[in-house]
Design a binder for this molecule. Structure first.
Ligand SMILES: NC(=O)c1ccc[n+]([C@@H]2O[C@H](COP(=O)([O-])OP(=O)(O)OC[C@H]3O[C@@H](n4cnc5c(N)ncnc54)[C@H](O)[C@@H]3O)[C@@H](O)[C@H]2O)c1
Length: 358
């Protein structure tokens, strides 16, 4: 790449169409409005009044459409923000890529693994980029927890576990989905496990169920055991119909390594507890000392942090940390877990398997 290309790239302005103008859309429009290098050119929603209301709320003088293709063609957009419901992500992303746009979209990539593979394939064939919002791996605390693991504070990770127990009464699409917890929420926790361990899944055994008191029509609880490709095991206990003593939305984490344990409850600062000294005469337990994170995370958090990374990647012409090809691995954890629960047996993930993640 010569100097002219670098200059052109850093001067680039994105011409954006945002599709999906519901609850989450506000956060996306707000981010776009704050960036001088993004020009919001149009809003799209199948329900036109939703797009018009969002434009009014943010005092945006932009045309509103019900059809994404028309919006892209008439605005000359090169970037699409997809904040629609999961059922339409495939249509949105493939339409946008076919019309020459890169896409940044809300999780989950798709409603089935087959659709997720197909989306990645289509995006690649059109030579576009598609990155997925995985805001929970951009929390400052999880970045600092990862830093402690990377520094070797707990030695080699062997066993990670996340407890996730909450009782949200959402109403809307989540209460009628078949797998609300695994598909709409656990994607975050599974993606966090991959991030914390920097390891990918090799198999899963899952028991998914819907307690009799649940207010969801699909299964709102699950227990999963994943074997990871670094030799560690990740276990997940989750429920979206658990009333009382909620965990944080980040999950309540423990990563046990050869030298000690990383602990993070998702709210308070993470820390490690590491063994010191040697066993005294007659003693059964070592003593432990607490180690605080030593490398502060200075990036932005949550959605903003993930947006920053996805747009930097587009500018740099590289895949984002949450590029769709990476996100397929977190998606595979979700769909292999659903398949394991259906079959009542362990399901393999990896090259040559039904859940092939390369
Ligand atoms: N990352 C997170 O933390 C997080 C949190 C909440 C929601 N989400 C995700 O954000 C997405 C949107 O969720 P939400 O809560 O805003 O949902 P929502 O139902 O409030 O909004 C979705 C909007 O999409 C529109 N829409 C539906 N089909 C469309 C189509 N074919 N074309 C154009 N517009 C269409 C709807 O009319 C609605 O206005 C989902 O994928 C959800 O999983 C992510």
């Amino acid at each position: 790449m010569d100097g002219t290309e670098t200059a052109n790239r850093s001067d680039k302005k994105f011409r954006l169409v945002q599709v999906g103008c519901g609850n989450m859309a506000r956060r996306w429009v707000k981010y776009a409005a704050e960036r001088p290098d993004i020009e919001l050119a149009a809003l799209v929603d199948i329900h036109l009044p939703a797009a018009e209301a969002l434009a009014r709320e943010f005092e945006l003088n932009v045309p509103c459409y019900t059809d994404l293709g028309t919006a892209i063609r008439e605005s000359g957009a090169d970037l699409v923000f997809d904040v629609t419901i999961p059922q339409v992500h495939k249509t949105v992303v493939t339409t946008a890529a076919a019309l020459g746009c890169d896409v940044i979209g809300e999780k989950p990539m798709a409603m089935t693994m087959a659709d997720a593979y197909e989306i990645e394939d289509i995006v690649r064939r059109y030579g576009r980029r598609y990155s997925v919002m995985q805001n929970r791996r951009f929390a400052r605390q999880i970045r600092e927890a990862r830093g402690q693991i990377a520094q070797g504070t707990i030695g080699k990770p062997a066993h990670a576990t996340a407890n996730f127990f909450l009782g949200p009464h959402f109403g809307g699409f989540r209460e009628t989905m078949d797998h609300p917890l695994l598909l709409d929420m656990a994607i975050h926790t599974f993606d966090q496990a991959r991030y914390l361990l920097q390891a990918d899944p090799m198999s899963v055994y899952c028991h998914e169920f819907n307690p009799s008191h649940s207010w969801y029509s699909g299964n709102a609880s699950a227990v999963c055991i994943f074997e990871m490709d670094d030799g560690s095991v990740f276990t997940y206990n989750g429920s979206w119909c658990a009333e009382g003593e909620p965990t944080s939305w980040q999950g309540d984490w423990r990563v046990v390594g050869s030298e000690g344990t990383l602990f993070w409850d998702g709210t308070n600062e993470p820390y490690c507890s590491v063994a010191e000294g040697s066993l005294g005469p007659g003693a059964r337990m070592l003593t432990y000392r607490r180690v605080e994170p030593s490398s502060p995370w200075t990036g932005r958090e949550g959605h903003d942090g993930c947006f920053d990374e996805m747009l930097d990647a587009l500018r740099d012409g590289r895949p984002a940390e949450t590029d769709c090809s990476d996100n397929l691995k977190s998606m595979a954890m979700v769909f292999a877990a659903i398949e394991s629960a259906r079959r009542g047996e362990k399901v393999r993930i990896g090259p040559g398997q039904a859940y092939d993640i390369g």
